[in-house]
Design a protein around this ligand. Structure first.
Ligand SMILES: [Zn+2]
Length: 307
C-alpha cells in the first residue's frame, strides 16, 4: 500500500503555548511531502519529525493571518541552508508573493533554489496541484479574511480487466481502454456495466483541511465523502457567539460538519490559547461525531483504504 500519512506539526491558534505551535500540517503521499500552513517554528517540527526537506513538493497557505505564515520565511531559509536545490511550489492567496519577497528583501536573504508562487483567488474551486498519484483542490472557507481550504484526493490507477471478459465479449482495444477507465460498453444494444468486467479496487483515500472558518454548510459539497477531515475547533460550544464573531468554529460545529459531509474521521485543532487541556473539546465533538480524533503536535495518522 502506498503511504498516505498526515502529521500535525502545530495545533494551536493565535500564538504558541501549552507546548503547542500554531497551525501546520504535513501530508505525505508515497515519496512526496506537502506542507499546509507554516506556523512560527515549523522548521523545528520538520527536523523533529524527520520530514525530508528535499522531498517537499509544495507548501499550501490557507490565509495570511500570522499564526499560519510567520514560519514560512524561516522554513524557506532553512531549506536553502540544508542545500535544497529543487524548485518549490507555494500556493496561497494574493499577497503571499509580496510577503515572501518583502521579508527576503529587507533581511537580505537569498534562496539557493527556485520558488514558484501560485497566487489563487480563495473564492475559486480549482485544482492547484496534480501528479499521477494525488490531486489537490482548493475551495473557499469563511473567515475574517479570504481563506482557502484544500482537499487531497488520491488518484488510483486504471482498473484491471478480468481475463475471461476479453474473450466473452471479444473486446476491442478501444473498449478495453474505456473499461479500464470505468466506462460501460454496449453489446447487442444492451449496456454492459464495466464493474462486472474488472477486478474491484479500493476506494481512493482523501483528506480535507478546513482552517480557519466559521461553520458554513456551503462547503459540504467540497468536502463530501472525504475520508479524513481536519476542521478547526477553536472553542467549546459555550463560546459559539465568540466563534462566529471571530470567524471560527466550535467543537460541536466541526463535528456537525463531519457528519454532514459523511467523513469517516474528524481531526480537531486550532485550539484557542485559553484551553490548556483540550480533552473537553474532543469530548464535545464526540457527542455528535464518534470518530473524532484528537489533533496534537506530533499526531500521526496513516490513511487506510476503505473497503
Ligand atoms: Zn485566521
Amino acid at each position: 500500500m502506498k503511504p498516505f500519512r498526515l502529521t500535525i506539526l502545530g495545533s494551536n491558534a493565535a500564538f504558541p503555548c501549552h507546548g503547542r505551535l500554531t497551525s501546520s500540517v504535513c501530508v505525505q503521499y508515497l515519496q512526496d511531502y506537502f506542507i499546509i500552513d507554516a506556523c512560527e517554528s515549523v522548521q523545528v517540527r520538520i527536523q523533529q519529525y524527520k520530514i525530508p526537506i528535499q522531498k517537499v513538493k509544495a507548501i499550501f497557505i490557507s490565509h495570511l493571518h500570522g499564526d499560519h505564515i510567520f514560519g514560512l520565511p524561516g522554513l524557506l531559509n532553512s531549506f536553502s541552508m540544508h542545500n535544497r536545490t529543487k524548485e518549490l511550489l507555494i500556493v496561497g492567496p494574493s499577497g503571499i508573493k509580496e510577503y515572501i519577497e518583502t521579508v527576503f528583501r529587507i533581511t537580505q536573504g537569498h534562496l539557493f533554489f527556485p520558488l514558484k508562487i501560485l497566487e489563487i483567488n480563495p473564492k475559486d474551486r480549482k485544482t492547484v496541484y496534480a501528479n499521477k498519484n494525488i490531486q489537490i483542490k482548493s475551495f473557499p472557507l469563511n473567515h475574517r479574511i479570504e481563506t482557502t481550504g484544500y482537499r487531497f484526493n488520491e488518484v488510483l490507477s486504471d482498473y484491471n480487466i478480468k481475463k475471461n471478459a476479453i474473450q466473452t465479449y471479444n473486446l476491442s482495444v478501444d473498449e478495453i481502454k474505456r473499461i479500464k477507465k470505468g466506462e460501460n460498453i454496449m453489446r447487442n444494444e444492451k449496456v454492459v456495466d464495466y464493474s462486472t468486467l474488472v477486478y474491484k479496487k479500493a476506494k481512493p483515500r482523501s483528506f480535507a483541511y478546513c482552517s480557519d472558518t466559521i461553520y458554513d454548510e456551503s462547503i459540504v459539497e467540497d468536502i463530501k465523502d472525504v475520508q479524513v477531515l481536519y476542521h478547526e475547533t477553536t472553542y467549546l460550544d459555550e463560546l459559539a457567539d465568540k466563534a462566529e464573531e471571530r470567524g471560527h468554529s466550535t467543537a460541536k460545529q466541526a463535528a456537525k460538519m463531519a457528519l454532514l459531509c459523511q467523513a469517516k474521521q474528524l481531526i480537531t485543532g486550532h485550539y484557542s490559547p485559553r484551553y490548556k487541556y483540550v480533552d473537553d473539546i474532543i469530548l464535545e465533538a464526540k457527542t455528535i461525531f464518534k470518530q473524532t480524533l484528537k489533533g496534537y503536535d506530533g499526531f500521526i495518522l496513516d490513511l487506510i483504504p476503505e473497503e
